[in-house]
Design a protein around this ligand. Sequence first.
Ligand code: AQP
Length: 329
Amino acid sequence: RPRSLSGIQATSDSLHLGNYIGALQQFVEQQETHDAFFFIANLHAITVDQDPAQLRERTLRTAAQFIGAGLDPQRSTLFVQSHIPAHTQLGWILECTTGLGEAQRMTQFKDKSTRNEHVSLGLLTYPALMAADILLYQADVVPVGEDQRQHLELTRNLAERFNHRYGDTFTVPEPHILKSTAKVYDLQDPTAKMSKSAQTPAGLIEILDDEKSITKKIKSAVTDAGTEVTFDPEGKPGVSNLLTIHSALSGRSIEDIVAEFEGRMYGHLKVALAEVVVETLRPLRERTLELLDDPAELTRVLDAGADTAGAIAERTIADVYDRVGFLTR
Ligand code: AQP
């Protein structure tokens, strides 16, 4: 089986619908067909300031949402990034493999460094650590949203550069970015990515939101001029985003949904979509809250995941250290 690996940062109490559709839903699918590894990226989280108690709590909450969304610890290896020291060890080596200009060209760095007042060095070196996350496990595919495409491209370049310099060491990974669901947009600003650093919480659906607030946010989503429900991301970004979300969650094709709403108003689509989102997220929320009642069990799952992941990561880092010329002891 090809190996699939991806991670999500522990930077919010709840993941949002973009994380779910762009990433988590793909993880759940891939655990059926791949040798699956998914982790909570707490090292990446501290590239911006985090409160320690909150980071601890959010790490467990993110793990609970992984399992609540359908990841099965029997079929996927679920772990916490900081439990495996090899991520930082390989991260350093890949920082030394990355050009400064190359890192500065990353659009996420450019966005976040202009948005944040304090810019840490970690924000710049973030993609080298991300490359380490992936290359340590010799991952074949990495399911992510569109915003991570450039980082994946850098990961591939770093793997090739290292292999060329030191001999075949790393599998060069392929991104798994589904065209249809790679970018979920903000409900209040359908030209911007749905993101936890959104201008207003009204544009962001958290997957642990209650049903009333989900329905309210969808009903007040910004739509476009005109009345006809058509899929036209350029001309009608608001309605198209609603159709994309519907299709991703209901599993129906966009054409099928458009046909259902022919001759009807945007409001009808919103009512139907609210129901689809609520029905999808209800069991997920219930399972997540149950899991959070038993943190000891979650910790046990993550410890077992770290044992499995650690064994693979240690093999890779030992090989890398040797190739780079570090003495063994
Ligand atoms: N809007 C989105 N549509 C599709 N996929 C998305 N992802 C994030 N937003 C969308 C994907 O979710 C995964 C986890 O990403 P992350 O841990 O990097 O989370 P994030 O980028 O911190 O989430 P935000 O909300 O986008 O954060 P900010 O506001 O800090 O930039 C990734 O696979 C990502 O592609």
